[in-house]
Structure formats: C-alpha cells, structure tokens
Design a binder for this molecule. Structure first.
Ligand SMILES: [Mn+2]
Length: 324
C-alpha cells in the first residue's frame, strides 16, 4: 500500500459509520463480488450494519460464495457511508447509488477517474480484493473463512488464476494467508477458472469456427444467432477470449459479441507489454493493460473495422507499456 494516509482516513470513516452501503460495477466479475462480500462480511462481523448492493441482479455462479444471498439490487437506500469497489468510473455503478459523489472508492483500474471523496487507487495492484486483504490489518478487521473465500475469489478471477503479469510475490503471500484463514484454493480455482457449461462449450465452438488473424491480432465474432443456437444464456463471450489469447504468435486477441441493444461488446486480451486499456478507453470502455472491454454502437462489421484499425495502431505506435 503506497497511500497509507488514505488507508488510515478510510479506516476512520469505517469506524465512525454505522450503516454502510457497499457497491461495485455493473456486469459484476469475481473481483467485484469478492471485494463487496469480503469487505461487507468483515464489517458485519465487526458489528456494523452493511448493505451490499449491485445494480445488476447477481448472476447464478456467484451464489457459490458464502454470504452472496445478502447482495441485493437497489431499493430506497438509507446509509451514512457509501463505498464503491473495483469500479473505475462512477457511471459503471449503474443505479446502485443515487447520490452525486460517493464517499469512498477503492480500485485498481489504470483508467480510474477518482470520482469519490476519498480515492484509494493502486493500478499496480492485481485486484481490489488484494488491496482489501492488505488494508484489513490497518482497519482492525479480522479475516474469517467466508471473508477469505470472497477475497481469494476476487484475486483468482482478476489474475486469471495467478497468470497475469501483475501476479507478484505479494499476491501469492496474501493468498497463502487467505488459505491459512480457510479459503479452499483448489476448489475455488476449479469452480472459478476451469468449470463451464455444455452450452458455453457449444458457444465457443461457434466462435472458434470463425477465428481470423491479421498481423499480430487474432479475433472472432459471436452473433445473436450463435448465442441462440448454442442456448447460451449470457450476453458475454463465455470467456472464449481466454482460448483465443492462448493461441501462440499473436500479441492481442479480440472477441466481438453482438448485443440485442444494437451495440457490440468488445473484449481485448494482450500478451505482456501491450496496454489494450488505452484502446478500450478510446471507445468509452476501460480495464487493465492486459484485459479490457468496451461496448460500442454500430453493426458487427463497422465495429470490427474500427476496433481492428485502432488496435493495429496501438501495435505499431507503442512498443512497451510502462504498466506491465
Ligand atoms: Mn478488479
């Protein structure tokens, strides 16, 4: 933690507050849910009233985490401290918060806009759940088994199972301490990173049949028709991007996912050394150097053309990202 004084200030706020609202971004991932649950449960165990709120209904897979039944969609909120976790842009909170400026933002996205009154932002940190694991001793919060499970899930999710280039010795030490507190690494790893549904595998097949390459980029598309044929229930790529980014000799992988809204969801993955968040940001998205996303208006053909062009520009104009 490099911002010790902000960590202390946030600790003071937590101590003073009695009714705390914790939220994260729309389309939550494991770090969003893991950090909300990790902090929420730890504060509850310390006698605080905590509301855990997400704008989107919690996808089924997260029910695996103890305490997840407490996460609810927004209603008339009454609270005296608001905390936004793992969220770089206040817009991504959706309608989980009605106020103009939240009290606290804790996040690790390089694209963070520091929109709260107190911002603890560490772009070098591998996950918001990791930042919380580091902060808890300063805030006098113990880590129970459910809290350790939530935090470990967030770290596993964002490091893709300790594979991203920001997986430092510190990440592994913190995870070892979470194991000592009762987080079951093998079980969480299998559930979060390995297991997937038959429908997802079928959907991958549709995308894999269409893979294309040009220069250092490999990409594919998933249409609404593909989704329907595969009976895949989500509106995402079912993590097909992980398979594309495993193809050797290509620096950047992209998946274009057609949405019912007439927009195209774009997911980028880059080998170490490239910062695809820069391209995502140009399209109104965001993310991390190695993994970023955006949702762009236009047809599949139009968006493909624009995104491939911009991504190619990144590959030709930049040799090394200082954040990797
Ligand atoms: Mn995160």
């Amino acid at each position: 933690m490099r911002n010790k004084s902000i960590v202390r200030e946030i600790g003071k706020k937590l101590e003073e507050a009695n009714n705390i609202l914790i939220t994260s971004h729309i389309r939550p991932d494991w770090d969003a849910v893991g950090s909300v649950l990790g902090l929420g449960l730890a504060l509850q165990e310390n006698g605080k009233k905590v509301q855990m709120v997400l704008a989107d209904r919690l996808p089924e897979k997260f029910q695996y985490l103890p305490g997840s039944e407490q996460i609810k969609t927004p209603d008339s909120n009454d609270y005296d401290l608001s905390i936004v976790l793992d969220c770089s842009d206040f817009l991504r909170v959706g309608d989980a918060l009605q106020e103009e400026q939240p009290d606290v933002n804790i996040d690790h996205h390089i694209t963070n806009l520091k929109f709260a009154r107190l911002n603890l932002v560490e772009p070098r940190s591998a996950a918001t759940s990791m930042m919380l694991t580091e902060c808890f001793p300063f805030w006098g919060l113990d880590i129970s088994q459910p809290v350790a499970t939530a935090l470990m899930s967030g770290i596993l999710g964002d490091t893709l199972g300790f594979r991203t280039s920001n997986t430092s010795p510190k990440v592994l030490r913190l995870c070892a301490s979470l194991m000592e507190k009762g987080a079951n690494l093998a079980k969480l790893y299998e559930f979060i990173l390995i297991q997937n549904s038959f429908e997802a595998a079928n959907y991958w097949g549709m995308g894999l049949q269409k893979i294309q390459r040009n220069g250092k980029i490999v990409w594919t598309t998933l249409t609404l028709e593909d989704r329907k044929k595969a009976l895949y229930p989500g509106n995402d790529d079912a993590d097909l991007i992980n398979i594309l980014s495993a193809i050797n000799h290509y620096e950047i992988a992209i998946v274009f996912i057609e949405q019912k809204t007439g927009r195209i969801k774009v997911s980028w993955r880059a080998k170490p050394g490239w910062n695809v968040a820069k391209v995502a940001l140009k399209f109104g998205g965001g993310g991390h150097p190695a993994a970023a996303g955006a949702e762009i208006a236009g047809t599949l053909e139009e968006v493909q053309q624009q995104v491939l062009q911009m991504t190619n520009e990144l590959l030709t104009s930049e040799n090394y990202s200082s954040y990797n």
